[in-house]
Design a protein around this ligand. Structure first.
Ligand code: UDX
Length: 445
């Protein structure tokens, strides 16, 4: 099939590349000329594991190309994906101006039947809005609007796209339904479902899924906070709970609060939708409040340890990205932690395998960026672990002890075993578990 993808952000680029991989001819269009030029030269604007191989193969074999011209991109396309940003406005509602603006342009360009697909996360009722804009200048026989939300996790987006748990298609048109079924069949060979539903339910499914997951994490964060007070170990509680098949083991890890480009934005947008519908969505209100607190928790622990005086102290930070395997720092808990530590007078030496360039754009020389995780520890008064990159999971504790001024670790991701940290002579504070005190001397030989 011929496909146009409008918007080459994270979702658009992964979507376009993966559709090319199953043999479709995909043209990605973006208004950003520099970005399009870079992509034409083989440069991928985002870090996403596995995308490079697919990108290279499909551009080389002519199935994936880039343009700034919307008319060229859609001319032969049977399907047009809208993968445009929906940033939160001041009131938390999703800003639809990009999507509706492109819909307006399309209404003048479309000449033969096309399926217009909303891939972006959009509030319930958006596909009707897109439909109405298109219908202003177009015969309704010439298009259908479909809602097809994405469920891609950054860091594993290619895998999620190629082997989705489910594909959600919201449409009331049987013609569009057939086109979408044909397009997605190669991705669900293992038997996972393509779920057809109405447009509004599809739009709601995305918000419900993300808000539920954000709630689940937040619930675990609160359980962890209570475990600390009750001297229970949240890791044990998590496994005990997760072994119930009704609960399941995944997505129960307490930490430094959820971040990223989706959860905070989507929870807020659903709250906003609820308010507009005069529904008081109480759980979501609590989720946002708790998450704001949880993002500060690690900084709070550090400040408490140093009696609120961080003047002259240096804190090493491992991990800046909002989660591992991405360079994305949108709503990253690390930023909130850094702000609070800087405000309390601390110096920061930070290391992240991929996200340092992005953080540097914001902080400049307000914090130090180190080339290596151990270099960040040299002369630091404590280490704070914020992102659970694999490379932090089995460090040399000996080297850590040698480099840190004191063997003091604040772990926001519960990476290490408590007994091990005790044996290794660390003062170790984590989330929802008892603090570990230095077992022997503070600097074993
Ligand atoms: C999420 C959804 O998972 C995805 O389906 C959707 O399309 C986009 O939003 P993503 O933002 O890439 O994906 O990250 P995800 O892996 O879901 O993690 C979100 C946040 O939750 C991160 O800050 C992560 O650290 C946190 N998290 C996740 C936890 O704190 N504990 C967990 O157990 C899982």
């Amino acid at each position: 099939m011929n496909i146009a993808v409008v918007g080459t952000g994270y979702v658009g680029l992964v979507t376009g590349t993966c559709f090319a991989e199953t043999g479709n001819k995909v043209i990605c269009v973006d208004i950003d000329e520099k970005k399009v030029e870079r992509m034409k030269n083989g440069e991928i604007p985002i870090f996403e594991p596995g995308l490079d191989v697919l990108f290279e193969r499909n551009t080389r074999q002519g199935r994936l190309s880039f343009t700034t011209k919307l008319d060229e991109a859609i001319e032969d396309a049977q399907i047009i994906f809208l993968a445009l940003p929906t940033p939160p406005g001041e009131d938390g509602s999703a800003d639809l101006s990009y999507i509706l603006g492109v819909a307006d342009k399309l209404s003048f360009l479309i000449k033969d039947y096309k399926v217009i697909v909303d891939k972006s996360t959009v509030p319930v009722g958006t596909s009707e809005k897109v439909h109405n804009i298109l219908a202003k200048h177009l015969d309704e026989e010439l298009f259908d609007v479909v809602s097809n939300p994405e469920f891609l996790r950054e860091g594993v987006a290619v895998d999620d796209f190629m082997k989705p748990d489910r594909v959600v298609i919201g449409t009331s048109s049987s013609r569009a339904r057939d086109v979408m079924k044909q397009l997605y069949e190669p991705f669900v060979r293992q038997g996972n479902p393509i779920l057809f539903m109405d447009e509004r339910s599809a739009e709601m499914t995305k918000y419900a899924a993300n808000s539920y997951l954000a709630t689940r994490i937040t619930f675990m964060n609160e359980i962890a906070n209570l475990c600390e007070k009750l001297e229970a170990n949240v890791d044990m509680v998590r496994i005990g709970m997760g072994s119930d098949s009704r609960i399941g083991k995944r997505f129960l890890f307490p930490g430094v609060g959820f971040g990223g480009s989706c959860f905070p934005k989507d929870v807020q947008a659903l709250m906003r939708t609820a308010t507009e519908s005069e529904y008081d969505f109480q759980i979501l209100d609590a989720v946002l409040k708790v998450n704001t607190e949880q993002r500060r928790l690690l900084a709070k622990k550090i400040k408490t340890h140093f009696q609120d005086d961080l003047q002259g102290k240096t804190i090493a930070i491992w991990g800046l990205a909002f989660k591992p395997n991405t360079d994305d720092i949108r709503e990253a808990p690390a930023m909130y932690i850094i702000d609070e530590l800087l405000e309390a007078g601390a110096k920061i030496k930070a290391y992240d395998p991929e996200a340092m360039e992005n953080v540097q754009k914001i902080y400049g020389d307000k914090i130090q960026f180190m080339d290596d995780q151990y270099e960040a520890l040299i002369g630091a008064d404590a280490l704070a672990i914020v992102t659970e990159w694999t490379v932090f999971r089995t460090p040399s504790f000996k080297v850590m002890r040698e480099l840190l001024k004191e063997p003091l670790v604040f772990d926001g991701r519960n990476l290490y075993d408590l007994e091990r940290m005790q044996e290794q002579g660390f003062h170790y504070l984590s989330i929802g578990r008892n603090p570990v005190s230095v077992a022997t001397s503070s600097k074993p030989a």
